[in-house]
Write a protein of this length. Structure first.
Length: 345
């Protein structure tokens, strides 16, 4: 039995060494280690070995099996150049696996676009807290406690005089208290109002605020900056219209419209209802933001001398800009996170 084991070991080692390719090696493997292979047979013949020799013979066959298996493995990796051939199979005609790449939410993207236009004009981006106090949200901006315009900005109250800011304007006051003119800043961020949610209202939305203060800022500077902004956002042919309005923190104040981006004002002359533009309703104009010259009272509140500095400010709703730019019909789509909607941007 021991001779037979030695004989099989010798011939196995020889055959493995002689195997020139994977096929020959596989044949040799089956011959020795296969289910009916010579080494497997040795185990089966253990029954005929005397009990005194059985332990030793068992050990010899086991060690033969280990040696042969290792020799086969070594040879197999030598033949495949040290690599597993199965892993090497590359079918270059198969279509590739497209990786899903994430991208910015349409609101983040619109904020970046809006700020980008002002950054190109030399503005800096500044941020402020979403949890604000009554002083900055109202009083510093010349909205006294009993002022009726406070209703429109009223919001979610937390403890004491803290609340979720109803606009980004409080950051104007916060910034001016800590910095001296001249400066030009844009302030993007979330704002909150207790509005019932519908297609055009959300209790949380985003604004971008602008503030420029120096020693000789005029209304024409405001017009110039906003006209450039509107052209960059909505196209070179966009026209602007400034309508007199009221905000406690600006004087004079204006509401700013752009020529309708859908009908360019064409449908204004259309007498018949069915030809009226669905976006502007035939008015030819759509409102995009509020603006004005900073009220001297606001300058006083933050410790500036209104005789020495002037400035302009503006504030716009980001969702509104995105809705107009991308033709979206419902503000809720921005916040539902339906991937079919988000994928389109
Ligand atoms: N804070 C105003 C709002 O939320 C928007 C606004 C209007 C901001 C005029 C301004 C401005 O800075 O000058 O409705």
């Amino acid at each position: 039995m021991k001779d037979k084991i030695r004989e099989i070991e010798k011939s196995a080692v020889e055959e493995i060494a002689l195997a020139a390719d994977a096929d020959m090696l596989e044949k040799a493997r089956v011959k020795y280690l296969g289910r009916k292979g010579l080494i497997t047979e040795l185990f089966k013949n253990m029954g005929g070995v005397s009990s005194s020799e059985r332990a030793e013979v068992g050990r010899l066959i086991n060690s033969l099996k280990v040696t042969a298996s290792k020799a086969f493995d070594d040879k197999a990796s030598a033949i495949s150049g040290g690599r597993d051939l199965k892993c090497q199979k590359v079918d270059i005609t198969l279509p590739g696996i497209a990786r899903e790449i994430g991208h910015l939410h349409p609101i983040s993207r619109t904020i970046e676009e809006i700020c980008g236009v002002f950054i190109s004009l030399g503005f800096k981006v500044v941020e402020g807290p979403e949890i604000e106090n009554e002083h900055y949200n109202f009083e510093a901006l010349n909205i006294p406690l009993e002022h009726p315009s406070r209703d429109a900005f009223d919001t979610f109250y937390l403890a004491d005089k803290w609340l979720l800011r109803s606009h980004t304007s409080p950051v104007q006051a916060r910034f001016m208290e800590k910095n001296n003119p001249p400066f030009a800043i844009v302030i993007p961020g979330k704002v909150y109002r207790p509005d019932a949610t519908d297609a055009s209202h959300s209790f949380m939305f985003h604004q971008v605020e602008g503030l420029v203060v120096s020693d000789n800022i005029r209304f024409s500077d405001l017009k110039g900056a906003l006209t450039l902004f509107a052209r960059q956002m909505f196209g070179e042919t966009t026209k602007m219209r400034f309508r007199p309005s009221f905000f406690p923190f600006t004087e004079p104040s204006a509401e700013v419209d752009i020529s309708c981006i859908l009908c360019s004002g064409e449908s204004r002359s259309a007498g018949h209802d069915s030809r009226r533009c669905s976006l502007c309703g035939g008015k030819g104009w759509i409102e995009i933001l509020g603006a004005g010259m900073v009220n001297p009272k606001v300058f006083k509140n933050v410790g500036y001398d209104p005789e020495k500095v002037t400035g302009f400010a503006f504030g716009m709703g980001v969702e509104r800009i995105a809705i107009l730019k991308y033709g979206i019909t419902d503000i809720r789509m921005f916040f539902e996170n339906d991937i079919r909607f988000l994928r389109q941007f």
